[in-house]
Design a protein around this ligand. Structure first.
Ligand SMILES: Nc1nc2c(ncn2[C@@H]2O[C@H](COP(=O)(O)OP(=O)(O)OP(=O)(O)O)[C@@H](O)[C@H]2O)c(=O)[nH]1
Length: 283
């Protein structure tokens, strides 16, 4: 039987801060060693003067020689320590640069991830993130026998705002509406910008039509509040109504596609009837 050597364990490299602490300790040791070298040197100088002034025994002469040898060693050690500390200082400097670079790369990764999952105009989750959350919601609801609903919200006559006041004003309206939708969302829920003037909600937990309708009314009331916008130095107030279609899991569908499709159709019914919101129906 052959004994394989144990795999080398990978240790996390020391951080620049931790290396700085080591450097601090090493510099304190170097200071002490330097001090010892200076003390030894002055003692040895004194002893040598005594040696020149008078007779001393061979034993003392021997001791002085040894003491001078120790002085040389301590001085050498102090120089080596200084050189080691200089290298350590350079290491700390490089580690700082490396850490700053890693931080910036990691931030760029976070920013790119955030950008790929959020709508740049409103900051809301985008379609991709919504799909992910919807699939997750389906899995959780399936596993635990829970209910949830999907709301498809489309703004009424939004094109008219763009056509009348310009695209930039339309953008501000979309941002204002998005902010209000976010405010009416609970932590468990998700709201996303699906595209153009369309938004989607996942409403976890609400089971009865009455509860879901209450949330839909709350959303409509929030969106309907007139938007105060300054257009080319003139303050205007723009009102917009949403139409909401609602599908409920598992009654109206058990896949994301089916739930979105049912909510979309219900939204068009709500828009046609100007009812504000409508639940999906089998017809
Ligand atoms: N300002 C702005 N407009 C956008 C943006 N994305 C899409 N739109 C416009 O949003 C409008 C959406 O129009 P529709 O939903 O088809 O029409 P609508 O006027 O809302 O009519 P209904 O939905 O039938 O009530 C179009 O004019 C698009 O050009 C955007 O990011 N900013």
């Amino acid at each position: 039987m052959t004994n394989n050597p144990p795999a080398p364990s990978l240790k996390t490299p020391r951080s620049a801060d931790s290396l700085t602490q080591v450097l601090g300790k090493s510099e304190r040791v170097r200071d002490i060693v330097e001090e010892c070298a200076d003390d030894l040197s002055s003692v040895n100088t004194e002893l040598k003067r005594e040696l020149q002034d008078g007779d001393v025994s061979p034993g003392v002469e021997n001791a002085i020689e040894k003491s001078e040898a120790v002085e040389t060693k301590v001085q050498d050690a102090s120089e080596v320590l200084s050189a080691v500390n200089s290298e350590l200082k350079e290491e700390v400097r490089e580690r700082h640069i490396l850490e700053a670079h890693l931080l910036s790369v990691s931030k760029q990764g976070d920013d790119a991830r955030h950008a790929s999952l959020h709508d740049p105009l409103t900051g809301l989750p985008n379609r991709a993130l919504f799909s992910d959350r919807l699939e997750h919601g389906l899995a959780v609801a399936n596993r635990n026998g829970l209910h949830f609903s999907v709301m498809f919200l489309d703004l009424d006559d939004f094109k008219m705002i763009n056509d009348t006041y310009g695209h930039d004003v339309g953008d501000v309206v979309l941002q204002t509406v998005a902010g209000r939708l976010k405010e009416t969302t609970r932590d468990d829920d998700t709201v996303c910008r699906y595209g153009g003037d369309e938004f989607l909600y996942i409403l976890m937990g609400a089971e009865s039509e009455h509860d879901i309708a209450t949330v839909a009314e709350k959303i409509i009331n929030a969106v309907q509040v007139p938007c105060a916008i300054r257009v080319r130095d003139i303050d205007i107030s723009l009102s917009i109504n949403p139409s909401i279609g609602i599908s409920v899991f598992p009654k109206d569908g058990t896949t994301s596609g089916a739930l979105l499709d049912m909510a979309d159709k219900a939204m068009y019914r709500a828009k046609r009837s100007k009812a504000g919101y409508a639940f999906a129906s089998a017809d």
